[in-house]
Write a protein that binds this ligand. Sequence first.
Ligand code: SF4
Length: 377
Amino acid sequence: MEPGFPPSPLSIYIHIPFCLSRCGYCSFYSLPFSKTAMQEYLGVLLREKQLYQGYLQGTLTSIYLGGGTPSLLSAGQILMLLEGLIINSDTEITLEINPLQITCDYLSELAKTPVNRLSIGLQSMDDKQLAWLGRRHRADQMEQKISWCREFGYRNLSLDLIYGLPEAQCEIGLQENLQAFLSLKPQHLSCYLLSLEEDCALAAEGPSLPGDDQLSLQYYTICDTLSEAGLLQYEISNFSLPSHTAKHNLAYWKSSDYLAWGASAAGWIRPHRYQNPAGLKDYYHNVKASILFPEAENCSLEQEQCDWLMMGLRLNEGIRSNDFVQRFNCDLPASFWAKADQLERLGMLELGSGKVALSKRARFVSNSVIGELIQCI
Ligand code: SF4
């Protein structure tokens, strides 16, 4: 089944599932890296790109190379992947990069590609935390590595931070960790709560994780500290300097269309969601059989409206009823507004001139607040 093709703008997510080793907290689909496996995978990705050529007529808004560890691609392989895609100087092209791959040699080659944004898997500036998480870089290497990124022209740097680790695994406090992140002067920060799924190695240790009150305190410490430093929160977990919000992630939160290539990658071309198989064998088989938009699910209007609200409400700016009307050609139902009024009285929402946004105190419990609202659609 092939969805009707979307209006521009369009984004593309490209998934690279290989990693050098498995981090203890990871439950993503990831496979051991080898040059041969990567080369074979790249060949299939290029073939997948070819399958979608007819749909790539407009200038792309963003391209995101995620994983896994996409920085295990050589610059030459990245060039092959991006070749022929229509981009301009506004197209954001992000590479998730493991600090281990931030070397002068790699960056000097990478600078020859159109990649213009690096999302760095730093996670912590505390060596004890890094060791527990199974990350192989060290905090004291980062100043030099970030400075190399800038020397090679990368001015749009995003850092990942994980919070909510067991106290016993922390050498330094959260404030000290945040200050160390800020000293690196990133343009963007993504902050994630540690979540240990049953199948990850660290879950087997049964670590003593902080309780909800402690986590809420940590979350708001992060929000306040970063905003005082000029990194403004624009989404539940994301902070940036003005004009450095992530275009690619905004495409998700605004329910814009995006293609997805690579094993396990999931795309959204209105009104269809689709997903490639996670296993390489099935993924390779699909691409070789020229199957476009595998497992495409035709979303009902109601599902699409719920998804639009669920994603949009993650943004600090929230959603606007006019945008809903424009997108779906109908008004938000009265039941939605009744629930929104109720949640505003409880201090969980901010309402005004057709705008609906989570209040600051609702951000830590966003899933339940958004869940209550979308039940009314
Ligand atoms: S956390 Fe990232 S780098 Fe670590 S194993 Fe998982 S996908 Fe790979």
